[in-house]
Each structure stands twice: as C-alpha cells, then as structure tokens.
Design a protein around this ligand. Structure first.
Ligand SMILES: C[C@H](O)[C@@H](O)[C@@H](O)C(=O)CO
Ligand SMILES: [Mn+2]
Length: 599
C-alpha cells in the first residue's frame, strides 16, 4: 500500500512475520557451493511474492524474514529457529531446488504453521527432498503443506509458476491468520443470550485450538462507564455530530402508543454512541482514558474478537447494541476509515470466531446474520404471486439479524467495476458516503427491545460472490466448520418488500443463494439451509472457501460441509495418508489424529 501509514496498532506486541527457510544440500567442496545462489534466490522470489500480495489487517505488507544462511543441516536449522523466535516469525515456509537432508533441516516448532516448496526441476532433486521431508514431518506428527509445481522448470529459474503461486499465497494467508489469533483474547461482554449455545464460551476450544484466552465482563460495566463518563468525551461530541449529519433516521415501525418519545430517542442515540466507544475501548484500550485518570481502563483486553449479549437483560432496559455492532464491524466511523472490529451479536462466540476467520483471510468487514428463512420458489410464488427467475430461481435464503451487520454489506463499494466489499485501506471516501446513504437507522422494535435503540436497515446489492461459514461444536467430536460459497441476489422490489415485511423490516437483509453441486448438502438451496448447524452465519465477500479449508486444517478443525472445487482444496500432506478418495472423511480422521495445535 504505497503511502499508507500505520494508524492503528491495536494489539499487544508485533504482528507475526513469515519466515523463509532456504534448505540446501550440505555437502561442501562442490555441491553446496553450486547451489547457494540459486537457493537463496528462490527464497527471495518467494519473499517478494508474499510482500506484494499478502497484507496485514492494517494494509501494511506482511513482513518476511529470510534465514541468514541456507540451511544445510541441524546447526543452521537451529540458528534459523533462533532468528525466527527473535524476529517474531509466526509462519514458516521452506523452499529448495535441490536434495537436502530431511529431518536434519526440518523446522521442529509444533506451534508454527508450515509448508515446503520443493522446486520441480530434475537437474537437482528438490522434489525428492520434498517427499523425504514431508515423510519426516508426518512421522513426527507435524502436519505440513507440500507444494510441488505441476510443470518441470529449468535449474536456476526463479519464476514461480501459477499453481505454485496459488498454493504459496493460500498457505501464507491461512498460516498468518492462525498466527494472528494466537495470544489474543475473546472478550465476552455479558453472558448467554437467549439460550444461544454459541454464547456459552468454551474455554478449551479457544485455548487449545486457537491459542486464545477468554476474558469476561458483566454488562454493568457499560453502565459504570456511561455514568462516570469513562470514554473520550471529545470523541463522543465528534461522533454525535457525525451521526447527526451522516446517519439517516428511518421511520418508526412501532405502533403509535408504543413508540419512544423524541427525548427518549435522542437519549437512546447518545447511549448507542457511548456504547460503541466503550465496547471498542474494552476490546483494545484507549490511551485517552489515561488522560482522564482511568489508566487501568486505558489498556483494554487485547481482544481480537468480542461478543455482546444484549438480549435479554441489557436490551430489556437499555438501548440495543445494533448501532454499536454495526459501526464497530464496519470499515469506518467518525474518525474515517479504519479496520473493522470483530464483534459478535448475542455474544455468539462461535460466530465471532467465524467472523475472525473470514476477516483474517481477507482484511474485509464481515456480516453477522441469522440464517432466517429458506424461501422455496413455490413458497415465494404462493406469497407474492411472483415466479423466481435468474440467480434466485432455485429459492433463496434470507440472512437477517436485528441490525448488527457491517454497513460494508450494503454492497456500495466497487471491486473491478462490480459491487463488492474491500479492505478499509482500499475503500474510498465516496464509498463510505454511499454505504451510509444506503442505510437507514430505524427505531428499534420495542416488542423485542424494550429499551429502544436503533437498528440498521439496508438491503445488500445482488450479484456479489460471497461465502458464508459457521463454526459449530459437537460434544465428543469438537469443533467443525461449515462453508457455503454463493452469491447475493437482487429480488424484484415488490417481492423483497413482501418477504421482508413478514420478518422485521427494520433489520438489514441479504438474499443469499449457495452454489449448488447437486450432491449432499449442496443438492439444492433447501439442503444448505437444512444442514446449517446453528442460527447464525458470518458472510465474507468473495469465494474464500478454499482459504477457509486450509485455515481449518492448520487448526485441525474438520470441515463437515463445503462446495469448494476439489482441485482448490489444499491441506497438509499428512491428510492424504488418511485416505485420498473421500476427502471429507479423511479430514475428520486427520484432525482427530493430530488434535488441536496448542493442546
Ligand atoms: C429479536 C430476536 O430476538 C432476534 O434477535 C433473534 O431472532 C435472533 O437474532 C436469534 O439469533
Ligand atoms: Mn441472531
């Protein structure tokens, strides 16, 4: 990102780097000398590929560290490991064009995601090393991705073929996501929301699978901070002014007698803004709080992910969390564009993790939603008189929740000339305005939210490639991930209005259709809905199913349902040893065998 300045160093410590390990045949007096330059050049071209294509959440290019020397044996392997520790390397990528000594050159750190690229040449046997070292990794229980290009290259060729490039980048992104999660917190603001199992925080899962810690607070902390004005008061004034200018208040849908008064509504608006400031400060701290003598509060909880219970106790008495959730999960606020915060509605921690997966792989805002209704073509026709055609012809799934989805989900940003969602550092000021313009803030439904508040109401533009995913936990099995790639759909206005009015029209709607494969859970649209494992999903822009699969495999989370093309599936080499015909079943066996990384 040329000219991009780091504005937002929100987590404790440095961001994890990617370490490159050029391995070499250790024999001096001829062999090693003849290979030094080629091997180091290979490392350098992989480093360039990564810094040009992989970015941290804040838009900075990912930092790459190359071993000081080629690694010809155990001494150099140990020095490299030492350097990587010193430099904060979180992902390891070994490259070689030649034969080297497998277990003598391996990276033995069990907590660092690993891949090896064995150059496909024949003058020197890089592919032979690849096979030998992967056998070593498998034998030692250190799952490692193997990268072997399909076409033979000439010795000394430093170009990276397309298939190799795709795998290197997929691994780099997935590995980095794993490294980014490690050491961060999930902050549970409140307890279990309305009996939603995802808001029962499973500590063992966070600790063993993600390397994260769990932090908790009671929602009364919001009251204390509101009453004692423990937030940046100048920022509050700025935010209030901004929202008055930019946030369009929509019609009140409550029956007349039940509507909140204008004074109550203005107070709700102010409280909603304060909740937003407070939730953010609770997650990541705010140096400004130290200036007003709240030094402890200024530190925050190092939370990469948080959840807000809201319903019931809070929302029964105070304004709901919709404004807070929608603004924090978006790519902008009154301070301008900034990276989104992963804040799960209803404290659904498992959906919060699903959001974080999508976010860390793409740097884009995620849409938290209820997977509300499958509308079959027949049901739509019965209710609206309209026969669905085009992308929605096989039926549509209504994604809608009580107003927390990121405003980026309006689809008002442009990617290659089409509607899309971009990382905040690529979003333009004009696109921010368009997202705000496409959103109405509707006085909350007071039957559900007795304390009032404001729900964001928008309709997602159609034709965007998107992926929904969801992490579930099954007793005895552990975590499982489900993934559905598909598209957002435009319905005729009249049809949308009739269907939307059957739910709560004050909430944001996305019409979603999965890509169908005609098999299993993707036989038809109904079967996707019918196989969804919980009430929520997280939606990410783009078809990122293959990236999610690679990420899940590093975390040893099996994928129980996906519609990703077989040729894009990329998992550690060991997975092949659990069976090659039925990849879904072998994934379960491999994950079970290796178990969570941080156990
Ligand atoms: C208002 C309702 O309680 C909604 O919040 C409810 O449908 C859900 O979102 C459940 O996940
Ligand atoms: Mn919900």
């Amino acid at each position: 990102m040329e000219g991009f300045k780091l504005t937002d160093q929100r987590y404790v410590g440095n961001l994890p780097k990617i370490g490159i390990r050029p391995t070499i045949d250790g024999r001096r007096r001829g062999v090693r000398e003849s290979l030094e330059e080629t091997t180091m050049n290979l490392a350098k071209s992989v480093a360039n590929l990564i810094t040009e294509n992989v970015f941290y959440y804040n838009g900075e290019p990912v930092e790459v560290v190359i071993a000081d020397t080629c690694i010809g044996g155990v001494n150099e392997a140990a020095s490299t490991a030492e350097k990587f520790r010193r430099e904060g390397v979180g992902v390891s990528l070994t490259v070689t064009p030649c034969w080297c000594y497998g277990t003598e050159t391996m990276d033995m750190d069990p907590h660092i995601p690993k891949a090896v690229w064995g150059f496909n040449g024949t003058e020197r046997p890089g592919a032979v090393y690849l096979a030998a070292v992967l056998a070593g990794y498998n034998q030692k229980g250190l799952p490692t991705f193997g990268i072997y290009g399909e076409d033979v290259q000439d010795a000394g060729d430093t170009s990276i073929p397309e298939d190799v490039r795709e795998k290197l980048l997929r691994f780099a992104k997935a590995g980095l996501a794993v490294a980014m999660l490690k050491g961060k917190s999930y902050l549970s603001m409140g307890g279990v929301s309305m009996g939603i199992a995802g808001s029962i925080v499973q500590e063992d899962f966070f600790q063993n699978y993600l390397g994260m810690r769990n932090e908790y607070l009671d929602m009364s902390e919001f009251i204390r901070r509101i009453d004692l004005e423990i937030y940046d008061r100048e920022e509050f004034e700025k935010a209030y002014k901004w929202t008055k200018e930019k946030c369009k208040i929509g019609p009140d849908n409550n029956p007349e007698g039940a509507q909140r008064t204008e004074e109550e509504k203005d107070e709700d608006w102010k409280t909603s803004i304060k909740m937003t400031l407070i939730a953010r400060d609770l997650m990541v701290g705010n140096p400004k709080l130290k200036d007003i003598d709240y030094e402890e509060e200024s530190l925050g909880r190092n939370a990469l992910i948080a959840g807000f219970q809201g319903q019931r106790q809070w929302n029964d008495y105070f304004p709901n969390g919709d404004f807070m959730e929608a603004i924090l999960t978006s790519s902008f606020d009154w301070n301008g564009r900034r990276s989104p915060y992963m804040l799960a509605t209803e404290n659904d921690s498992l959906n919060g993790v699903s959001m974080a997966f999508g976010y860390l792989l793409t740097n884009t805002a995620q849409l938290f939603a209820d997977v509300r209704t499958y509308w079959s073509p027949d049901a739509v026709e019965r209710v609206t008189g309209h026969k669905l055609t085009g992308a929605g012809k096989n039926g549509v799934i209504h994604l809608i929740n009580s107003g927390p989805a990121a405003l980026d989900g309006t689809g008002q940003q442009t990617v290659k000339g089409e509607a899309g969602i971009k990382p905040y550092y690529e979003v333009t000021d004009e696109e921010v305005e368009k997202c705000l313009e496409a959103t109405l803030w509707r006085p909350a439904n007071v039957e559900y939210f007795r304390g009032g508040g404001y729900s964001s109401d928008f309709l997602t533009k159609g034709d965007m490639p998107v992926t929904i995913c969801r992490l579930n936990i099954v007793k005895g099995l552990g975590p499982v991930l489900q993934i559905a790639e598909g598209y957002t759909v435009d319905l005729p206005e009249k049809v949308h209005n009739i269907l939307d009015n059957r739910t709560d029209p004050t909430w944001p709607t996305t019409w979603f259709v999965p890509k169908l494969t005609g098999e299993g859970a993707f036989t038809d649209v109904y079967s996707v809905m019918n196989n969804w494992g919980a009430n929520h999903c997280s939606m990410s822009y783009g078809h990122i199913g293959a990236d999610l699969i690679s990420l899940a495999s590093i975390l040893r989370i099996p994928v129980n349902m996906h519609n990703v093309e077989e040729e894009k599936i990329f998992r550690p080499n060991a997975w092949n040893m659990f069976g090659t015909k039925d990849k879904e079943a072998s994934d379960f066996r491999a994950c079970d065998n290796f178990g969570p990384i941080y156990k």
